[in-house]
Design a binder for this molecule. Structure first.
Ligand code: ARG
Length: 401
């Protein structure tokens, strides 16, 4: 029996050519795997047929949007996942769900190798390969663009020579990666980091300079996950999609940054993630009401590390698993409603309500009904400040001598 290779297939030029390119270079049979994570564009059936027309022996297609929202975006929301405090991990989150389908397809079709179309300069090659070996250490990975020298010019030449059913003339100046959680835009004139993004690069967001009338939304959370919008029950996917539309209409979640790639390169990326940014803001505010102070302080450190692990392709690593257990434990009481106004590029929380919160009106109030014992504060401060006071007194003594 011939060796079999599963290929992460997008339906685009590079991976369409890769089917024959890999078969020629290795003598293996190629199985194309296409996973819908909300990237839009063509229908899965069209993509399946193209894969077969380009020479794949089988095509595995999966609509993974619900799975992606529930098992990847929701953990990111619970962790308030933001790389370098800004980037909601859009591409980093989709690679692990694609990986899980690649591995499932490899097992189903008896393949020993997984191929992907990434170049050798980005994070995604790491996320695919480390992701695969972290759940299926017996599989081998190849990257035709990187390892089999499949350049764009060669891809066009190959597609024309073999008469493959794929567009070879369209050349988008940008490299775009999009899914349910957001959209990443890079390359082209954005590589000059002084150049401002132009309006035409955006698609999930409208210009925040000309917003429609303010939109007020009430988001209901249960254990850290949105379960209703304005009182109407939603699935995780519906929550994200509806917030993408509503926050997107106000230009919320546009991010322009220079980020540190794992491979050592600083790169300019523009993102738009209206739903993710609004949901994270709402979630953070509900946590402020429901999570105990020390747990909340520690969680902020965990969140940063969680985001770095996910960015670095370590979704299935032991440390990430341990941090997930911590994050899940903190979400037990993150229940209640957040009222938020979406307007002019900002998602602003204006109200919070929780039956499992720690906000105590009687302790907080400066009006009638105060139950806080102010006389206890004096002794507390005396002892709390004692070591700093001792050190200051010592510094004075030493300075005088
Ligand atoms: N820099 C981001 C990341 O590494 C996004 C990369 C996605 N690719 C793209 N073609 N824009 O997660």
């Amino acid at each position: 029996m011939k060796e079999r290779i599963v290929l992460a297939y997008s339906g685009g030029l590079d991976t369409s050519v890769a089917i024959g390119w890999i078969a020629d270079a290795t003598g293996a049979e190629v199985i194309a795997v296409a996973v819908d994570v909300g990237q839009g564009g063509e229908d899965l059936d069209v993509i399946r047929q193209r894969a077969l027309d380009c020479g794949a022996v089988e095509a595995y297609v999966a609509d993974a949007r619900d799975e992606f929202a529930r098992d990847y975006c929701m953990p990111a929301l619970k962790a308030n996942g933001m790389y370098q405090g800004k980037y909601p991990l859009v591409s980093s989150l989709s690679r692990p769900v694609i990986v899980s389908h690649l591995v499932a397809a490899a097992h189903e079709y008896g393949a020993s190798t997984v191929a992907h179309g990434c170049t050798g300069k980005g994070n995604d090659q790491v996320r695919f390969e480390v992701g695969i070996t972290s759940i299926a250490p017996e599989l081998t990975c190849i990257a035709p663009v990187r390892d089999l020298a499949l350049t764009r010019d060669k891809a066009i030449e190959y597609a024309q020579k073999r008469d493959l059913p794929i567009e070879t003339t369209k050349n988008n100046p940008f490299s775009i990666d999009q899914n349910v959680w957001g959209r990443a835009i890079e390359t082209g004139f954005l590589e000059d980091i002084w150049n401002a993004p132009t309006k035409d690069i955006y698609s999930y967001t409208d210009d925040p300079a000309f917003p429609p009338v303010p939109d007020e939304v009430v988001i209901t959370f249960a254990q850290g996950v949105p379960v209703a919008l304005d009182g109407v029950s939603v699935t995780p996917l519906e929550a994200i999609e509806q917030m993408n539309r509503r926050a997107g209409a106000h230009g919320i979640g546009r991010i322009d940054m220079v980020e540190d790639r794992l491979v050592g390169i600083k790169s300019r990326e523009v993102y738009e993630a209206p739903g993710a940014v609004a949901l994270i803001e709402a979630h953070r505010e509900l946590e402020a009401v429901t999570i105990e102070r020390e747990q909340a302080r520690f969680k902020r450190e965990v969140e940063q590390r969680w985001g770095e692990l996910v960015y670095d392709g370590l979704w299935s690593s032991p440390l990430k698993r341990s941090l997930d257990a911590f994050v899940d434990d903190t979400q037990q009481h993150v229940n209640g409603d957040i009222r938020m106004v979406l307007h002019g590029g900002r998602a602003t929380v204006t109200g919070r309500r929780s039956t499992t919160g720690l906000y105590d009106f009687a302790l907080a109030t400066y009006d009638e009904g105060d139950t806080f014992d102010q006389s206890a504060a004096r002794g507390f401060i005396e002892i709390f400040g004692l070591s700093a006071k001792q050190a200051a007194a010592r510094d004075q003594r030493v300075g005088e001598a």
